[in-house]
Design a binder for this molecule. Structure first.
Ligand code: AVI
Length: 325
């Protein structure tokens, strides 16, 4: 027999993005799943609901910082005309405050929204164009940095928005890599506006990721339902529970799904049987919390320098303007 034919081949489903990730994550020790798996249609709806929860202060606090400082942020970003580009724009609900300030400063502004969700971009475009005359909206479905280089902005300065503390869902080294990718597509003097959640009281953080109404729990559990649907697995979500933990050594909130009993889960499309001990968890998300020094370290390694930072009264959230050097 030919030697090569004995190499075990992974089933076809393990070669799709979701199949590959679930195979990798559930055969790893400890078990992990990447947070991008949260965002199917139901997960995106649940995330929108999270942003309105009383305990989830992040969205509301960042919006308040923009409401108070939008003119200052736009003025600090450039003395030339600005073109605004938003990475992971989603429905761009907070961005309007910055775009209104840009219109006040320069009458018209070009705005490019980049996101993986076509429907979110369509909603953003429709809302911004009707509510803020003067903004010319372009959108691009794609990964976060795709399309930046297409904005040549001759004679103009680019302002890239990466807000909402999305940067906190990456491992620190990956976060630097993401920012490097952004920097690579910019010219010296262009700017990045980075929203990053700050380190704070442990209970405030834990409540934000384990709310009374159970919306965050449903968001986390939805991963199992998605794997059942898309990979024909037989997870029983009732046999798992949502856990949020503060990891002080790494300055991050962790989300896990904890198995309530010893059990086996079968994923036939991956030809995989996954064993869980009672109390064993799948680590589904990290949400890093930063102090100003962490943010400066991260952006400097990516080729930016912080020029101005803004925060709220309680100093719970940071908005940082960083210039490409
Ligand atoms: C998208 N990201 C910034 C959210 C966060 O706070 O880390 C995702 C989230 N996870 C649980 N609640 C919200």
């Amino acid at each position: 027999m030919h030697g090569l034919s004995t190499i075990p081949r992974l089933p076809e489903a393990a070669q799709t993005p979701i199949g590959a990730e679930v195979y990798r994550g559930l055969t790893a020790r400890p078990k992990t799943l990447s947070p991008w798996l949260f965002y199917d249609q139901e997960g995106s709806r649940l995330f929108e609901a999270i942003t309105e929860l009383p305990e989830y202060y992040l969205t509301r606090t960042e919006r308040a910082i923009f409401a108070q400082n939008a003119d200052g942020i736009i003025a600090a970003a450039s003395d030339r005309e600005l073109t605004v580009i938003e990475l992971g724009a989603g429905t761009a609900t907070k961005t309007g405050l910055l775009l209104e300030a840009a219109v006040r400063a320069q009458q018209t502004v070009d705005y490019l929204a980049i996101d993986v969700s076509h429907s979110a971009l369509a909603e953003a475009k429709q809302r911004i164009e009707t509510q803020i005359p003067g903004v010319r909206v372009a959108s691009r479905v794609g990964d976060y940095t795709e399309g930046i280089e297409e904005i040549h902005a001759a004679g103009k300065s680019r302002l890239v928005l990466y807000i909402g503390s999305s940067i906190g869902n990456f491992e620190p080294s990956d976060a630097v890599q993401v920012l490097r990718e952004v920097r690579r597509r910019l010219s010296p003097g262009d700017n990045l506006l980075l929203g990053a959640d700050r380190v704070k009281d442990r209970d405030v953080l834990l409540n934000a990721y384990d709310d009374q109404a159970g919306v965050t729990a449903a968001f986390n559990m939805n991963v199992l339902t998605r794997i059942n649907r898309e990979l024909c697995a037989n997870f029983n979500p009732r046999l798992f529970r949502h856990r949020a933990r503060w990891n002080d050594d790494h300055s991050r909130i962790e989300m896990h799904l904890e198995s309530l009993i010893a059990q086996h889960v079968v994923i036939p499309s991956l030809e995989l049987e996954v064993k869980f001990a009672r109390g064993e968890t799948i680590h589904t998300e990290n949400s890093y919390k930063f102090n100003d020094r962490d943010v400066a370290w991260m952006v400097e390694r990516a080729g930016f320098a912080i020029t101005t930072s803004w925060t709220d009264e309680r100093q719970w959230f940071g908005v940082h303007l960083a210039t490409a050097v």
